[in-house]
Design a protein around this ligand. Structure first.
Ligand code: TEU
Length: 548
C-alpha cells in the first residue's frame, strides 16, 4: 500500500501564501514554497478544497467539483504544481466533499428548477405539519438540519450549513457522479484523496432523535457505509496502486474504523477520528470549556492504537487541522514552554503507529489567534454559535473567551513566514486577520535557532522515513497509570523504541519497566544524551530511546 513512509502536510490554501496581492492564498504561492516543504521532508500535501465555491464554509460548499476557483489560480497553475511537487518527491492529496454540495451547484439548481432527476440527488422530505420540519435533527452549525422550499412544500436536509445540501447516496447516479469526480482528479495526477465526513453519507432512517440530541445516531456510520466505500474504491482510486486515502470519520467507533481502514477490506487506507480532540470538552460539549483530561486523552489514544492494530487497521495521527484550535495552545503551553511543548506533542503523536499529518504552521509552533472582537472571525460555525450563546444569556466576554479557545479560525489565520507585513503571507490585507504575535512566532525566526521546532520535525520525519520500527512496529503502552506521562513502546523483532512524554509544565519522574542497557537516545527536546531506568523528566520533556 505504500503508506508506511508517508508524512502528510496539510495546506489551508486560502491562508498559506498569496502571490497575486489579493489577500488570498493561491497555487502559485504554494509553488513558491515547495522548497520549504521539501526541506521539511514531507512527501504528501493535502489541500483543503480549492474548487469553485461560494465560500460559505470556506470551500466545503462546492459548486463545481471539476473547476478550480480562479482566486486559487488556473488549471495550468495546478498542473505545474503537480509537476513541481513531484520533482521534490511530493504527491498531492485532494479533498472530496461528497456528503453535500453547495446549493449553488448545478445539480441543486436544476433540482430547484423542477428536474426530477436532480431532485433525487438530494434528500427532500415533507414536514410533519405546517412549519414543522420532518424531524428534530440539528445542523452541526446550529439550528434545524432542514430547510423549507416553498415551491415543493418540502424540506431538504443539510447536516451542515443551510447552503450545504446533503446528497442522497442511495441514488446510484450520485455514487457514479462521485466516482467520476475522483477519476477526473486522478487523470490530473492526483493520487491522494481525503473524503470529507464520509461516514455520514448513509442515513439509517429519518426518525426523530428520541433523546433530543442532534440526530447523529441515525446518520453516523450508517448501514450502507461500507458498501458505498467499497463501490467507490473499486470504481476509482482502488485502480491506482499508488493511491493514498483517508476518511474523515465523525463521532465514529473503532468497530467501524477497522473496516473503513482495514488491510484488505478495500475501503480506505486510514481514518481521522476525533475522540482524543474532545477531551477538553466539558460534558462532551464543544462550547463548554475545561482543561484537557489527560488520563482520558491517554486512554483514548491507547485504545485506538491497540484497537486498530489488533485488526490490522490504520490510523491517521494528528493534533491539528483546519477545524481544530492549535494543539500547543490546547494541550501544551503556548507561553513559557511553547517550544518544549510543541516538540513533545509532535514526538508523542508521530512516534505512534499510523500516518502523521502536520498542519501548516505546526512545524514552528503556531498558536491560537486570540481574536478579541467577533468582527475578526470569518467562520460560519463561530459566528453562528456566537449568536446562539449570547441568546442563551452568556455574557459577551465569556462568549469571546470560548471562541478564543474553540473557534476553527484559530487554525485558519495566515501562515507566519517571517516578521514582514502580515507575516509574509501577503502584502495586502488578508481575508482573515493575521495573528498579533507573528513578529515573534514565525518560520524564519524559529529556524534561526539551532534547536528549532522545525529541525525537530525534520528529525521526526527522517525517522519515520528510514526506520522500520517507526513504520511498522507494534504499539505497546507502558506506565499506563502514570498521571503525568504518556509512554509507550514500538516493537519490531529485536528492535525496540521507547517514547516517554511529560504532558505537564512541572518536573516528574518515571521508572521504566526494564533496564535501559543497550538503549541509546534517539531524540530529546532537552539535549539529553543518556537515560537510566529511572528518569527525572523536565517540563514537557520528550525522549525517545532505541535498541536494535
Ligand atoms: O468537518 C466535519 C465536522 O463535523 C467537524 O470537524 C466540524 O467542523 C466541527 O466538528 C464542527 O463543530 C468537515 C470539514 O473538515 C469542515 O471544515 C467542514 O466545515 C465540514 O466537514 C462540512 O463540510
Amino acid at each position: 500500500m505504500g503508506k508506511n513512509d508517508k508524512i502528510v502536510y496539510q495546506i489551508y490554501p486560502k491562508s498559506f501564501q498569496d502571490s497575486d496581492h489579493d489577500g488570498w492564498g493561491d497555487i502559485r504561492g504554494v509553488i513558491s514554497r515547495l522548497d520549504y516543504l521539501q526541506e521539511l521532508g514531507i512527501n504528501y500535501i493535502w489541500f483543503n478544497p480549492m474548487m469553485i465555491s461560494p465560500q460559505k464554509d470556506n470551500g466545503y460548499d462546492v459548486a463545481d467539483y471539476r473547476a478550480l476557483d480562479p482566486r486559487y489560480g488556473t488549471m495550468e497553475d495546478f498542473e505545474e504544481l503537480v509537476r513541481e511537487a513531484k520533482k521534490r518527491g511530493i504527491d498531492i492529496m485532494f479533498d472530496m466533499v461528497f456528503n453535500h454540495t453547495s446549493v449553488e451547484h448545478e445539480w441543486f439548481q436544476r433540482a430547484l428548477a423542477g428536474e426530477e432527476k436532480y431532485k433525487n440527488y438530494y434528500i427532500f422530505r415533507r414536514g410533519k405539519g405546517p412549519g414543522v420540519p420532518p424531524n428534530n435533527w440539528q445542523s452541526k452549525f446550529a439550528g434545524s438540519a432542514w430547510q423549507y422550499v416553498e415551491q415543493f412544500d418540502e424540506y431538504y436536509l443539510h447536516l451542515f450549513d443551510v447552503s450545504q445540501a446533503d446528497l442522497d447516496w442511495t441514488n446510484p447516479d450520485v455514487r457514479k457522479e462521485c466516482a467520476d469526480i475522483v477519476n477526473y482528479w486522478r487523470a490530473k495526477g492526483v493520487h491522494g484523496f481525503r473524503f470529507d465526513v464520509i461516514n455520514l453519507i448513509s442515513k439509517a432512517s429519518f426518525e426523530d432523535d428520541p433523546n433530543n440530541f442532534d440526530g447523529r445516531q441515525f446518520y453516523t456510520d450508517g448501514p450502507k457505509e461500507h458498501e458505498y466505500l467499497r463501490e467507490l474504491n473499486r470504481a476509482s482510486f482502488g485502480q491506482d496502486p499508488e493511491s493514498l486515502t483517508v476518511g474523515e470519520m465523525s463521532s465514529t467507533t473503532i468497530e467501524n474504523c477497522v473496516r473503513y481502514a482495514g488491510e484488505g477490506t478495500e475501503e480506505l487506507d486510514m481514518v481521522f477520528s476525533f475522540h482524543h480532540l474532545k477531551t477538553d470538552y466539558k460534558n462532551k460539549k464543544k462550547w463548554e470549556l475545561q482543561p484537557a483530561d489527560f488520563m482520558e486523552l491517554k486512554g483514548l489514544l491507547t485504545e485506538w492504537q491497540l484497537g486498530m492494530q489488533e485488526k490490522n487497521a490504520w490510523n491517521a495521527l494528528f493534533w491539528n487541522c483546519h477545524d481544530q484550535p492549535r494543539s500547543v495552545s490546547r494541550f501544551g503551553n503556548d507561553k513559557e514552554y511553547r517550544k518544549e511543548s510543541a516538540k513533545m506533542l509532535a514526538c508523542m503523536m508521530q512516534m505512534m503507529r499510523g500516518t502523521p499529518y502536520i498542519y501548516q504552521g505546526e512545524e514552528f509552533g503556531m498558536t491560537n489567534a486570540y481574536f478579541t472582537d467577533i468582527q475578526e472571525y470569518a467562520d460560519v460555525e463561530s459566528t453562528n454559535i456566537y449568536d446562539v450563546l449570547l441568546k442563551e444569556g452568556k455574557p459577551k466576554e465569556e462568549v469571546l473567551h470560548i471562541l478564543q479557545e474553540r473557534s476553527r479560525d484559530n487554525a485558519r489565520t495566515p501562515m507566519q513566514w517571517d516578521d514582514s507585513e502580515n507575516g509574509g503571507f501577503s502584502d495586502v490585507k488578508p481575508w482573515i486577520r493575521s495573528q498579533a504575535g507573528y513578529k515573534e512566532i514565525n518560520a524564519a525566526n524559529d529556524r534561526s535557532d539551532p534547536d528549532s521546532i522545525f529541525a525537530f520535525y525534520q528529525e521526526l520525519i527522517r525517522l519515520r522515513k528510514t526506520m522500520p520500527v517507526v513504520q511498522e512496529g507494534l504499539f505497546e503502552p507502558i506506565l499506563e497509570d502514570h498521571t503525568k506521562v504518556f509512554a509507550y513502546k514500538r516493537v519490531l523483532g529485536q528492535e525496540c523504541l521507547i517514547a516517554v512524554n511529560n504532558f505537564f509544565g512541572e518536573e516528574t519522574e518515571v521508572t521504566l519497566p526494564e533496564a535501559t542497557d543497550g538503549y541509546r537516545v534517539l531524540l530529546s527536546n532537552y539535549g539529553r544524551t543518556e537515560a537510566g531506568q529511572t528518569i527525572h523528566l523536565k517540563p514537557y520533556e520528550t525522549l525517545v530511546l532505541y535498541k536494535a
